[in-house]
Design a protein around this ligand. Sequence first.
Ligand SMILES: Cc1cc2nc3c(=O)[nH]c(=O)nc-3n(C[C@H](O)[C@H](O)[C@H](O)COP(=O)(O)OP(=O)(O)OC[C@H]3O[C@@H](n4cnc5c(N)ncnc54)[C@H](O)[C@@H]3O)c2cc1C
Length: 495
Amino acid sequence: MNDMKVGIVGGGPGGLGCAMSLAHNGFDVTVFEQASDVGGRNASIRLGDFAFDTGPTFLNMKFVLDELFQLCGRDSSDYLKFKLLDPMYQLSFVDREILMSSNKESMNKELERVFPGNIHGLEKFYVKEKARFEKILPNLRRDFSRLTSFISPKVIRAIPYIFAGGSIYDNLGKYFKEEKLRVCFTFQSKYLGMSPWECPAAFTMISFVEHEFGVYHVMGGLSQLSKAMAKVVIEEGGNLETGARVEELVTSGRKVTGLRLQSGEAYSFDYIVVNADFGYAFTKLVEPDKLRKYSQQNISKKRYSCSTFMLYLGVKKQYSAPHHNIVFSHDYRSNINDIVQGRLSDDFSFYVQNACVTDKTLAPRGKSTVYVLVPVPNNFSEIDWGEEKPGFRGKVLDAIEARTSMKDISDKIEVERIITPEDWENEYNVYKGATFNLAHNIRQMLYFRPHNRFEELQNCYLVGGGTHPGSGLPTIYLSSIISAGLISRHAKIGR
Ligand SMILES: Cc1cc2nc3c(=O)[nH]c(=O)nc-3n(C[C@H](O)[C@H](O)[C@H](O)COP(=O)(O)OP(=O)(O)OC[C@H]3O[C@@H](n4cnc5c(N)ncnc54)[C@H](O)[C@@H]3O)c2cc1C
């Protein structure tokens, strides 16, 4: 162990990834997590004998997780059991359903069945988007803490692929004419909480990576990822303090020197890593006049993702619906516009996970877990969720019964939990309940996103969805690799 001490605020995927790497590199690491267990938005929710994932249910780009474990001298498969999902998911429009597959032969057949005459466009998509992905990926692995980061052949080569092409919806027009087919390859912008009509074309890489590398489930739920990472932290000699809410980052001038917990205890550290949600952390954990670029007022002017209304249902029945189901509203575009403009739609799109078709460990025999996610406006909308919650719950159950094969779900509920955008903000410390963090528009990407080496405070580093390269498990794991690398370098050579 070296004599450098690192304190990490938050034990979500970003904080745990960074803790694993730093502890493996010999740092004396302590993770402070406010909740009673690690994982954050990737933690497990238990309702009686039913187990749910709080947030992430799709593991994409599994090779990034594998890399993180390899950097710590480990094999992820020694800790976790993965299941490649084929089909990846079912997409339901009012007039048709399609099963999307990462198996190219099955995908071609299904496309021909549901959207005949489009195989040529699909082949073009694979080739062109592979080229884009190969140019962009090295830049997701780089630190963009300095403007000079742009002066590199890899970045220069990627610029046309990152900054040109309009929105992902425009980009898909190169491959497919039909609106619904374009939606099949662009709805993934919702993983970033953005509209396909606004999300930059660069993010077509999300649907590309699904088709190229597949979508995985983790047996026991994706929360097992955080549990496995926490295990590695402990094996490497790191400390995990749960039920430890950080109240303040302690500073001396512009340098962070430690942190203070809600309980009053204070600790000194050589480095602080902030994994807590960016907007929350820098409006709540530092004195209001400490920051300039990210003053409270400037943070409030940034653009943010949408939020989500969540229903976790433990039901007395097993359904045959696929593992992942995305149901589009009658008018998808107008639903997206409502979300962007801060209105609740009556006709909304939603996602239903029926994980027990793959994983029987999540519920008692003969029963199952049903996870429902409805994209809704974030809390800039000022929707009063105290008032809306019961009515909206009813509308969501009606929509599931009308649009999926779960026709009797209301009668089968044994236990349930709801998380509203207000709960995300108040219980999970997510700024404005924007569950997918700062938006990923061009002006908030790469160098223009809060830097991994936080630009306003010395010895302070960021990990998680609010820094580069962005929200989503694989990119969050990359943020932890980048930030751990920066800290290791700083400890060694002082910059
Ligand atoms: C509903 C939903 C679905 C998602 N689905 C997917 C998906 O399918 N696939 C995917 O790749 N990504 C998905 N994401 C996006 C993203 O991968 C996850 O949100 C991810 O868990 C975010 O990780 P993080 O480390 O940035 O933050 P978090 O998981 O929020 O971790 C931050 C941690 O900091 C802690 N904390 C906050 N304040 C304090 C404090 N004051 N003191 C101490 N600790 C504190 C929190 O409790 C939390 O544990 C989803 C997100 C949501 C919300």
